[in-house]
Design a protein around this ligand. Structure first.
Ligand SMILES: C[S@@+](CC[C@H](N)C(=O)[O-])C[C@H]1O[C@@H](n2cnc3c(N)ncnc32)[C@H](O)[C@@H]1O
Length: 256
């Protein structure tokens, strides 16, 4: 089965997405702790691209309410299934179908965050995404995003990156990347299921990976009135000490 980015690159893989991150525990990226720790206690939050809700659930424990905008029906379904097991959070979490950068929720939030999402956003859409974030951010509120990268766009021959066993099955994850330009690659992820030595299923996903570098990201954020929350606004959300990974900005009070 092959699914392209034109439809939904996550349609067949939310289980694999969570499984391989569960195996990595606290080291898994995007970092749950990074985004949850930034959530002000008792605040209102908006998550763009919550996926299966790894971070949503941790943020929901801290805030008064969190709204989620997710374009993948499959990822939303998994998030709803997780919420089904947590009735304590039902009043707090609003899960909406929708796709950034074009969204209008008719209200503002104290905290807006995107984890593992910016790579899905074409460079040309970045200014309108940041405009929408600024429009939905309350004065004094903060916005955080990872996938702000200084490394070159990846080029990689297919290689096995991880595997995990559940019962009699072994799931093997491999990835391939083709550089299409200095800041754009096409990724091909393959998930193979083995029962014993027999290959019984292969799921392939292809999608684009857009690079967003710190300088243009901070320039585009400044253009919509969002300023570094601390220092130069760059933050460590990855495990690569040479790559800041994230940006945290604030909407100054009095700027409506
Ligand atoms: C790598 S996953 C990250 C999921 C989650 N934030 C996490 O950290 O585990 C990216 C998610 O963003 C969603 N997504 C990508 N582009 C989006 C967009 N333009 N609007 C809304 N959701 C988007 C995808 O469907 C997917 O669920």
């Amino acid at each position: 089965m092959s699914v392209d980015t034109a439809t939904d690159p996550y349609v067949s893989i939310p289980g694999f997405y969570d499984l391989f991150r569960a195996k990595e525990g606290d080291k898994a990226l995007p970092s749950v702790a990074f985004f949850a720790d930034l959530a002000p206690q008792g605040a209102t939050a908006l998550e763009l691209g919550p996926g299966t809700g790894r971070i949503t659930l941790a943020v929901a424990e801290r805030v008064a309410e969190v709204w989620c905008l997710e374009r993948s029906a499959t990822m939303r379904a998994v998030l709803l299934a997780k919420l089904a097991e947590r009735p304590k959070l039902w009043d707090k979490v609003t899960v909406l179908p929708g796709s950034a950068p074009v969204f209008k929720l008719g209200r503002m939030f104290d905290y807006i965050y995107l984890a593992g999402v910016l790579e899905h956003v074409p460079e040309a859409d970045r200014p309108s995404l940041f405009r929408a974030i600024a429009d939905h951010l309350a004065p004094g509120g903060i916005a955080a995003m990872d996938m702000v990268l200084t490394m070159p766009a990846p080029e990689l021959a297919e290689r096995e990156l991880d595997e995990i066993r559940l019962g009699q099955c072994r799931y093997v994850y491999s990835a391939q990347a083709q550089r299409l330009g200095p800041d754009l690659s096409r990724l091909r992820m393959t998930y193979r299921t083995y029962q014993g030595d027999e290959l019984i299923a292969t799921e392939v996903v292809t999608r684009l990976h857009n690079m967003h570098r710190p300088e243009p990201v901070l320039t585009d954020l400044a253009a919509v009135g969002l300023v570094p929350a601390q220092g130069n606004g760059l933050a460590m959300a990855s495990h690569d000490p040479d790559d800041p990974g994230a940006v945290v900005v604030r909407k100054p009070r009095g700027d409506t």
